[in-house]
Unconditional design. Structure first.
Length: 500
């Protein structure tokens, strides 16, 4: 069996901590075991980061960018084996894993712009013989804590801008699919990143607690479920760290009466069931406006859901794979049970899905609920599985109110042909990322990614210009040189001297 070790100071590092099994969700078999780090292993990573960071920060931004360019080439050259390794531990299809890696590379490409992105501002003659300028200096050591569902994309979203800005980085990936971040660390080294600049510390709560408590770590980026995000945010802030923490989601798709139903069905099938619904931007609630719209939508949707093909990532014809663990499988099924008990109509029931030869895999077939109401647990909770709930709304105002009243605020989509309706909706909806006839409106690398409400704690988004602000501190210098200064001391505070 494979042992997955930490990656510290440019090399594999076993540490002395306990270990945990890693599963292949398609078969339910253990395929590896992973080191579960604690304080001692974190200290080794901090020591490596601390030693490497000053030199890396002093490397000019163009040279830092060149390392990332080489890295992008190496990831592209290794795309297929990386994707297969990801699918082995995550369960999603190889095509989905490639998409995961690609969206991560997009942010590496964005970060290559650091010579431009990292520039400060300059004002000549800000006062008599006075110039003023600002600069963005790296924080020092940053840490990332990522969820299982995007094992390449999210570590890269966190680390690429951080490294480009001249920080050293400690990545704490999910313990459920930890191999890909280690491969990325090896490829960064091969691309010329000095050892110690990017380190991988494996583990769970103990490793996270150690990160939050360590005084040398200046900034923490977290992505995961809302209760842990809230905890990480509060604890990191209490420790005086800069922190951004992204949480769970319940993303709605509003279907207006004038929507193109084939476009709606295509969109919902991909967005609700792709990657077994294990995406923070997955659509988990469809809201047809008006009974006629609901009837037309269900007529098109139901056979499409029934036809979805579920299976292992090794079969390239499947639409989606298993969910990540046996615990996730049990939780999803029990939430579906609760929906039935609470009176929703389970139109497509995937709970008993079995695949010959893969009986121990963590599969859940596609489920489709109609007549879901906001008081039901299947509506309130993030299910994070292949389950779509249909909540029928009487009119567009009721649909908007429904979305705005939900505690989560990550993504939303509206299907309509009416520009006025779409424009008003996008202005009034209390959600961070809005799609108009686009079911998964994940912003591209040069915009920021982040939700509202309890989908986020903190104020700067992932990637885009916010990421450069997040991973740097601004310093402003006000300067005057002796040759331009008239003799005589000034004792008063400079004040505004009127409009002339
Ligand atoms: P999770 O919260 O279980 O784990 C996330 C990270 O926290 C992991 O690295 C894990 O090791 C660590 N962790 C787990 N328990 C901890 C504890 N008690 N204390 C400290 N750290 C702990 O999340 P997950 O199941 O891996 O991922 C799925 C969740 O992530 C979903 O809720 C999904 O919506 C969310 N997510 C959000 C975004 C976003 O950008 N908003 C993106 C992807 C995923």
């Amino acid at each position: 069996m494979r042992n997955i070790e930490h990656f510290i100071n440019g090399a594999s590092f076993a540490g002395a901590s306990s270990r945990q099994p890693v599963f292949n969700p398609a078969t339910g078999e253990i395929v590896a075991d992973v080191a579960m780090g604690g304080e001692a292993e974190l200290q080794a990573a901090v020591d490596a980061a601390r030693a490497a960071q000053p030199q890396w920060a002093a490397t000019n931004p163009q040279r830092r960018a060149r390392v990332l360019m080489k890295f992008v080439d190496l990831v592209n050259a290794n795309m297929k084996p990386l994707a297969e390794l990801m699918s082995l531990e995550h369960g999603k299809t190889v095509a989905d894993s490639m998409g995961d890696i690609q969206r991560g590379i997009d942010v590496a490409e964005f970060a290559i712009g650091i010579p431009h992105l990292g520039k400060g501002e300059f004002t000549t003659g800000a006062g008599p013989s006075i110039d003023m300028y600002s600069m963005h200096q790296p924080i020092g050591i940053g840490a990332g804590i990522s969820p299982f569902n995007f094992p390449a994309m999210i570590p890269l979203w966190m680390s690429m801008p951080a490294i480009a800005c001249g920080n050293a980085f400690i990545m704490k990936p999910s313990e459920r699919d930890p191999s890909v971040p280690v491969r990325l660390a090896e490829l960064l080294l091969e691309a010329g990143l000095p050892k110690g600049v990017f380190n991988v510390l494996h583990g769970g709560k103990e490793a996270v607690d150690a990160i939050l408590a360590h005084p040398a770590i200046g900034a923490v980026s977290f992505v995961g479920s809302t209760p842990i995000a809230a905890h990480v945010y509060a604890e990191a802030a209490r420790q005086g760290k800069r922190v951004q923490a992204f949480g769970g989601a319940k993303n709605h798709a509003i279907v207006m009466p004038d929507a193109d139903m084939n476009m709606v069905a295509d969109g919902l099938i991909g967005a609700a069931y792709g990657s077994a619904g294990e995406r923070c931007m997955a659509i988990s609630v469809a809201v047809p406006v008006g009974e006629g719209t609901a009837e037309r939508m269900m007529k098109v949707l139901k056979p499409r859901v029934e036809a979805l093909k579920v299976g292992p990532y090794t079969d390239s014809s499947v639409d989606f794979g298993p969910v990540v663990t046996a615990a996730a499988q049990a939780k999803i099924k029990s939430l579906v049970d609760s929906g039935v008990t609470e009176g929703a109509e389970l139109v497509v029931d995937g709970r008993e899905f079995r695949l010959q030869g893969y009986e121990k895999g963590f599969y859940v077939g596609a489920c489709l609920f109609d007549h879901v109401t906001p008081r039901m647990e299947i509506y309130k909770q993030e299910i994070f599985g292949p389950v779509l709930s249909v909540v029928r709304a009487a009119n567009a105002d009721a649909a908007l109110e429904l979305v705005n009243n939900h505690e989560y605020g990550n993504g939303v989509c509206i299907f309509t042909r009416d520009g006025d309706v779409a424009r008003n909706f996008s202005r009034q909806v209390q959600i961070g990322m809005v799609g108009i006839n686009i079911p998964i409106p994940t912003p591209l690398a040069y915009y920021g990614f982040g939700g509202w409400k309890r989908s986020v704690f903190g104020d700067l988004n992932q990637h885009g210009p916010d990421s450069i602000r997040f991973w740097t501190r601004t310093k402003t210098v006000t300067e005057r040189w002796p040759s331009s200064v008239l003799p005589g001391a000034e004792f008063s505070m400079p004040v505004f001297s009127g409009t002339k």
